[in-house]
Ligand binder design. Sequence first.
Ligand code: ZN
Length: 104
Amino acid sequence: MDKAMVKPFLKAKNTLKKIGIDLQVEDTFRYKSVQEEQYKKSLLPGSKKTGLVAHPDSSYHPKGLAFDLAQIPEMKDPKVSTVLKKLGFIQSRPDDEWWHWSLP
Ligand SMILES: [Zn+2]
């Protein structure tokens, strides 16, 4: 995780903890090689992730500026997104990738 993200991320975690929500993250920093592998896989015919995985050069994961929430109902609680937005995080694809958050 990039230094720029550590502070707002921990703040989000603590704020949510106070209202009884445990911020659960599935994925944050990704090595560029891993992103590249996921990107290539997403382009294979039949992949459900076609168009959803960013190119390794444009993804915020290798930069340490993005994280993916665990895909569980608790993380869909609107309080989670309210807190994250307040701390400056953005959702680039709220409709088909609601779990992905990054710094702008
Ligand atoms: Zn992501």
